[in-house]
Design a protein around this ligand. Structure first.
Ligand code: AMP
Length: 687
C-alpha cells in the first residue's frame, strides 16, 4: 500500500482528492489495494498487476521521466544502490529520470557486523538487530562486503538510522535539514536541491525549526486553498470584492549555505506562482504589498486597518491565517480608531507610520474623506464595548476566516464578540511541514470543524493512540496513549484518535507532525479529521500528564468565575516549577482588568481541581506535586512575548501563544517573571 501510493504521488498520478475510490481497488476483505504506476520492484522489474517483466519506460502509462524506486528489506538495499548509481551517472539510465528513493526497512547489515553496527546492538532504534539478520541469512548474503552489503560499505552509515523500523521523529531529519541549510546541495531529502527553507513557529521551545520549502509544496498549498474555497464559495459566495487581510511577510534570512529562510506563509506570498494560482479564488487585499511586507509589524497593522476602512464598502471577507491575529487586530483597533478617523478626515497619514515604503504606498490611496470619517466615528461611538464592530464597519463582509481550532479556540469568544452575527469559518489544517486537510464544511461552527485530508498533497499515515486499560478519563487529552503501528489513509476508523504522520513533497519522510486528531467521518474515501491538540505533554512532573487541551479546559473552567465579574482572560500560559520540592504547576494569566483577591484565590483552587488526570489528582493528594500557583501578569505581557517572537524572525500571522514555556525558553520566562504582579497558591487539596 505504502509503496504504490508514494510511487503514484511521485509519478504525478492525479487521484481526484475527494474521489470515491482514491485510485484504489477493493480486495475481498474490503481493504483497498492501490496499484503501483511506476515502482521499480525487486530485480529492477516494473511491478504491476497483469504485466510481466516489461522494462520501465516501455509502457505508455508510466511517466519514466519522474519516478521513485521503491524497495523493502533486501530490495531496499538494492534500490538504494541503484539510486546511488543513478546519482553517480544518470546518463547510464537512458529512459528513466529518478525523482527519489523510498527505502522501506532496508537491510544494509552484513552478517558479520562492522564495528559501527556492533556498537548499536541493543541500542534504540537497533533493538531488533538479531532479528534483522534473518532476512540476510535467507538472502544468502553471508559476509558480503560488495555493493549490496552495508549502507555505503562504510562504517557509521547505519548510525543515521537507515535500518530503523520506527517511524522517525522530526529530530531524525534535523541533521539533514541542517546540512541543506549549510549548503549541501546533494539529494539529501529531495531529488532536486532545496532552494528555500521555511521557519516553523517553535513557540514552545522558543526556537523556530527549519523545514524544506519546494515548488511542489507550493502546488499542494494551492490545491488545499482551491478546494476549501470551492466549498466555501458555494455556501457564502463573495464575488469580486476585496478582503480585509491581516497578513504579514516576515524577515528573510540567508543561511550559512546561502539558502533563503522565512516563514512558510512568506515563502508563499513572495512567489509569483502563488499569486497567479490564487488570482481566481482570492479577493484582492485592501492593502498594498508594501504594507504586507513592511519591516515594522505595528505600522503594517495600522495601515491594514486604515486601508480596510478606506475600502470598507468593498470588503467581502475578513481574514488572517490564525484567529489570534484577528483578535489582536481588533484589540488594536479599539486603541487607534480615533487616529484612523483623523487620517481619513484629513487625508494625511499619521506620523506614527515612519517606514518610507509604507508611507508612500498608503499615501497614494489616502484622500481626505470627512464623510467617511464621520460615519466611522458615529458607528464606533454607537457600539457597546465593541460588540459587532466588524459587520458595523464592514457591512458587506460575508464571513470572518482564519484557523480557529486547536490552540486558537481560546480566542473564539473574543472573535465572536467582534464578529457579531457574521459566520466564523475556520481555515484549513496544515503546518510549515505540509498540508493535511481542507475545511469542506464551512457552515460548521469552529468547535465542530473537521478537515478532509487531500490525499494527493502527500502520503499520510496515522498512529492509533489508545487509552491504557483501566484509565478512564472524561476528556480524551489527559491520557498517556498506547501507540499502535501506523495505518494508511483509508484504514483509519471513525471515532478513533490518531497521531498524524506525513511524507511530503518537501522531502519529509514519515514525519510525526505531533498533532492528535480524531476521525470524525469520511468524505467519500478520505477521512475527515477533527483537530484535538498537540501531542506533546505540556504539564508533567512525575506520573501526571496534561496536554495543551487539558490546560485549555482547566483555564476555561476557572474563567467562568471571572464571567460574573465581567473580566476576561486576555491570554494564558504555563510552566512547571521544579526548582522547589515538590514541583508545581504555574499558570500565568493576563486579564482584561484588575480582579478582586478573593476571586483570584478561588480561580487558583478551581484551576487545581480542573486538572482531572488521575496522575495529577493522586500526586496532589499525597503531595508529590505542590499547590498550583496562579500568577497574574501586567497588561501587555503577551504583546511583549509577541514582540520577542517577531524579533526571532517569526511572523505575527503565525504566532501561537506558547501554552507551555519550557525551561529552555529563558527569554520568555524572563518576560513572564518581570511582569508578574500577584501570585495565588491553591488550597484546594489542603495546604
Ligand atoms: P506552524 O508550522 O508553526 O505553522 O504550526 C503548525 C501547527 O499549527 C500544526 O502542527 C498544528 O498543531 C497547528 N495547526 C495548523 N492548522 C491548524 C488547524 N486548522 N487547527 C488546529 N491547529 C492547527
Amino acid at each position: 500500500m505504502w509503496k504504490s501510493a508514494a510511487a503514484a504521488a511521485a509519478t504525478g498520478t492525479k487521484t481526484s482528492a475527494l474521489s470515491k475510490s482514491h485510485g484504489a481497488s477493493r480486495t475481498a476483505r474490503g481493504h483497498e489495494e492501490r496499484r503501483p504506476r511506476c515502482a521499480l520492484h525487486k530485480n529492477g522489474r516494473r511491478a504491476g498487476a497483469g504485466h510481466d517483466a516489461a522494462a520501465i519506460g516501455e509502457t505508455k502509462s508510466v511517466d519514466a521521466a519522474r519516478c521513485f524506486v521503491v524497495g523493502d528489506n533486501a530490495s531496499g538495499n538494492i534500490t538504494h544502490h541503484l539510486a546511488r548509481r543513478y546519482a553517480r551517472d544518470p546518463s547510464t539510465f537512458a529512459n528513466v529520470s529518478l525523482a527519489d528513493l523510498i527505502a522501506i526497512q532496508p537491510i544494509y547489515a552484513s552478517e558479520e557486523r562492522t564495528p559501527a553496527e556492533l556498537r548499536l546492538v541493543g541500542a534504540p532504534p537497533m533493538t531488533k538487530t538479531p532479528l534483522s539478520s534473518c532476512p540476510w541469512h535467507l538472502a544468502g548474503g553471508k559476509g558480503e562486503e560488495g555493493p549490496l552489503a552495508g549502507g555505503e560499505g562504510e562504517e557509521g552509515e547505519l548510525a543515521d538510522g537507515e535500518g530503523e523500523e520506527q517511524v522517525p521523529a522530526c529530530r531524525d531529519l534535523e541533521p539533514y535539514i541542517h546540512r541543506i541549510a549549510d549548503g549541501d546541495s546533494s539529494p539529501l531529502l529531495t531529488g532536486k536541491p532545496v532552494t528555500s527553507l521555511s521557519l516553523s513557529s517553535g513557540t514552545t521551545q522558543g526556537k523556530p525549526k527549519f523545514l524544506p520549502f519546494t515548488d511542489e509544496l507550493l502546488e499542494t498549498t494551492l490545491q488545499i486553498f482551491q478546494t476549501s474555497y470551492a466549498f466555501r464559495n458555494c455556501e457564502y459566495p463573495i464575488g469580486r470584492g476585496k478582503a480585509l487581510q491581516f497578513i504579514y511577510g516576515s524577515k528573510q534570512v540567508v543561511t550559512k549555505g546561502g539558502i533563503l529562510a522565512t516563514t512558510a506563509t512568506t515563502n508563499l506570498y513572495r512567489r509569483a506562482r502563488y499569486k497567479e494560482g490564487m488570482k481566481d479564488i482570492q479577493s484582492q487585499c485592501c492593502s498594498p504589498d508594501e504594507v504586507v511586507f513592511g519591516p515594522d509589524f505595528n505600522q503594517s497593522l495600522y495601515c491594514h486597518l486604515l486601508c480596510g476602512l478606506i475600502y470598507s464598502d468593498e470588503v467581502h471577507q475578513v481574514f488572517s491565517p490564525f484567529a489570534h491575529s484577528l483578535v489582536h487586530a481588533f484589540q488594536t483597533f479599539e486603541e487607534v480608531w480615533e487616529d484612523l478617523c483623523a487620517d481619513i478626515r484629513g487625508g494625511v497619514l499619521s506620523e506614527k507610520v515612519t517606514v518610507p515604503s509604507i508611507r508612500e504606498a498608503v499615501t497614494k490611496i489616502l484622500k481626505p474623506n470627512p464623510e467617511l470619517a464621520d460615519l466611522i466615528y458615529k458607528k464606533c461611538t454607537g457600539l457597546s464595548n465593541w460588540y459587532d464592530v466588524i459587520p458595523a464597519l464592514w457591512p458587506n463582509a460575508k464571513y470572518v476566516y482564519g484557523i480557529m481550532t486547536g490552540s486558537m479556540e481560546p480566542y473564539l469568544k473574543k472573535l465572536r464578540h467582534y464578529a457579531g452575527h457574521l459566520p466564523l469559518i475556520s481555515a484549513d489544517y496544515g503546518a510549515s511541514e505540509g498540508w493535511v486537510g481542507a475545511n469542506i464544511n464551512p457552515t460548521l461552527p469552529p468547535e465542530q470543524v473537521t478537515y478532509a485530508v487531500l490525499p494527493q498533497t502527500g502520503y499520510f499515515e496515522f498512529i492509533r493512540l489508545e487509552k491504557p486499560e483501566g484509565e478512564e478519563a472524561e476528556n480524551s487529552a489527559s491520557i498517556h496513549y498506547i501507540e499502535s503501528e501506523p495505518v494508511g489513509l483509508t484504514e483509519v476508523e471513525v471515532g478513533k484518535i490518531y497521531e498524524v504522520v506525513i511524507t511530503t513533497f518537501g522531502g519529509l519522510y514519515r514525519y510525526r507532525l505531533g498533532d492528535i486528531v480524531k476521525v470524525a467521518g469520511f468524505h467519500n474515501s478520505t477521512p475527515e479529521l477533527r483537530f484535538i491538540c498537540r501531542r506533546s505533554l505540556v504539564l508533567s512532573i512525575n506520573i501526571d500528564k496534561n496536554t495543551e487541551k487539558d490546560l485549555q479546559l482547566a483555564v476555561e473552567e476557572a474563567a467562568k468565575l471571572l464571567d460574573a465579574e465581567k473580566l476576561e482572560i486576555v491570554d494564558f500560559t504555563s510552566f512547571v516549577e521544579k526548582s522547589s520540592d515538590p514541583g508545581r504547576y504555574v499558570i500565568f494569566w493576563e486579564l482584561s482588568s484588575d480582579a478582586r483577591e478573593d476571586v483570584l484565590r478561588s480561580c487558583a483552587n478551581c484551576l487545581d481541581l480542573a486538572f482531572v488526570d488521575a496522575g495529577y489528582t493522586g500526586s496532589r493528594k499525597i503531595r508529590a506535586i505542590g499547590p498550583l500557583e496562579l500568577r497574574i501578569l501586567k497588561k501587555g505581557t503577551f504583546k511583549e512575548i509577541l514582540d520577542h517572537f517577531l524579533s526571532l524572525g517569526g511572523a505575527v500571522s503565525q504566532f501561537k501563544a506558547p501554552r507551555f514555556v519550557s525551561p529552555l525558553n529563558v527569554k520568555v520566562l524572563q518576560i513572564l517573571s518581570r511582569n508578574t504582579t500577584r501570585s495565588y497558591f491553591s488550597t484546594a487539596y489542603g495546604l
